[in-house]
Design a protein around this ligand. Structure first.
Ligand code: ADP
Ligand code: MG
Length: 356
């Protein structure tokens, strides 16, 4: 359905220097594929999506869609835009139009669909994304997750063959990521061709037929979720997919702002989908700090999580210490839900790590 050949994009900076963001991107996308694009920031993922629908015309290369070269001079871009919808990180809704007006605008203007029919279809789509009850309100009264669901419905209203999603959940509060991902999951099952730039590793694994790992302006590795996550060929892919998310605190006294830590742990657990571990993490933190390690200050506390392997750890590092801060009694009283207790001497000091 889509063939991309030797695509490159070079930007000219205001000072005359240039930056080549896409170097040589080649791929083929079949109808009905759901492709997640992952990779470090600044590697050209957004530029790639924008080049695909000619919001950012490529510097060199060809993009063939349904047998037609859309990069050829004079190719009618409105035809392409009807085939290919785009959902942005920042929603891009019209603030002065209601939800329903946002959705019917393009079908009426560009597809010349009569108003009554456009409204009927719009209501169906709003039901599909769970927003029918908000049809007559303005976007400003909606939460981020609701805005994004409206933006998805708006894109669907054009009956696209392909939808491009550019980090659709990155601007959302963690509590709202789930509702948007579940709408995208539903769409993925419907046979629509989709390309999704995302940082949500587990979502990408569950929803995709294929993953592109972008790095340094090229598709560095391309494969099924299993290949990319379990058996990556390149070490850069492996490092990226197994990267560790963390919260870090330097705790110097018992007057530390624990309310803030509690709030952060809460958000962290929602963000990485480990709310089941939240209470345990917080109670272990308090137990360690105020009972077992109360005389050891300052110390560095880190809460870490590896999304893909689902390993969460609380890590306490006391600089310059040469022996474990834990007594035998402390070790024995450790919570039964702790899977592993690791005590290790490092060059920095002594580390106690609880895997939960
Ligand atoms: P990603 O989405 O992977 O984070 P982007 O495609 O947004 O990466 O950007 C890749 C690089 O291209 C960045 O270094 C960015 O600063 C640069 N870039 C993007 N758009 C422009 C532009 N219009 N002009 C100049 N540089 C740009
Ligand atoms: Mg981007």
């Amino acid at each position: 359905m889509i063939q991309i050949k030797h695509l490159s994009k070079t930007f000219q900076n205001p000072d005359g220097s240039t930056i080549t963001v896409l170097k040589d991107v080649n791929c083929e996308i079949e109808k009905g594929e759901v492709i997640s694009i992952i990779g470090p920031s600044g590697t050209g993922k957004s530029t790639f999506l924008r080049a695909l629908n000619m919001l950012e015309p490529p510097t060199t290369g060809e993009i063939i869609v349904d047998g037609e070269n859309i990069t050829a001079p004079g190719y009618p871009l409105d035809k392409l835009r009807r085939k290919m919808g785009m959902v942005f990180q920042s929603f891009n809704l019209f603030e002065h139009k209601t939800v329903l007006e946002n959705i019917i605008y393009a079908p009426m203007e560009l597809l010349k669909i009569p108003e009554a029919q456009a409204k009927e279809e719009a209501m169906e789509l709003l039901k599909k994304v769970g927003m029918a009850q908000k049809a007559d309100v303005y976007p400003s009264s909606l939460s981020g997750g609701q805005k994004q669901r409206v933006a998805i419905a708006r894109s669907l209203a054009m009956h696209p063959e392909v939808i491009l999603f550019d980090e659709p959940t990155s601007a959302l509060d963690p509590t709202m990521v789930g509702e948007v991902l579940s709408v995208i999951r539903q769409l993925a099952k419907s046979g629509l061709t989709m390309l999704i730039v995302t940082h949500e590793m587990r979502f990408a694994r569950d929803v995709s037929t294929r993953i592109f790992f972008m790095n340094e302006g090229i598709i560095y590795e391309d494969g099924t979720p299993e290949q990319i996550y379990e058996h990556p060929v390149h070490s850069a892919t492996k490092a990226f997919v197994n990267r560790i998310q963390k919260l870090v605190y330097e705790i110097d006294s018992d007057n530390y702002d624990f309310l803030q830590i509690h709030t952060d742990i809460n958000r962290f657990c929602i963000k990485y989908n480990i709310t089941g571990k939240q209470d345990l993490a917080y109670s272990l933190l308090k137990e360690m700090l105020f009972t077992h390690m109360r005389t050891f200050r300052p110390l560095t506390f880190r809460l870490t999580h590896t999304e893909l392997s689902d390993v969460t750890a609380l890590d306490f590092m006391v600089e310059g210490l040469n022996d474990s801060p834990l007594t035998d009694a402390a070790r024995e009283s450790i919570h039964p839900q702790v899977k592993e207790l690791i005590e290790e001497q490092t060059t920095r000091g002594f580390r106690v790590k609880l895997i939960i």
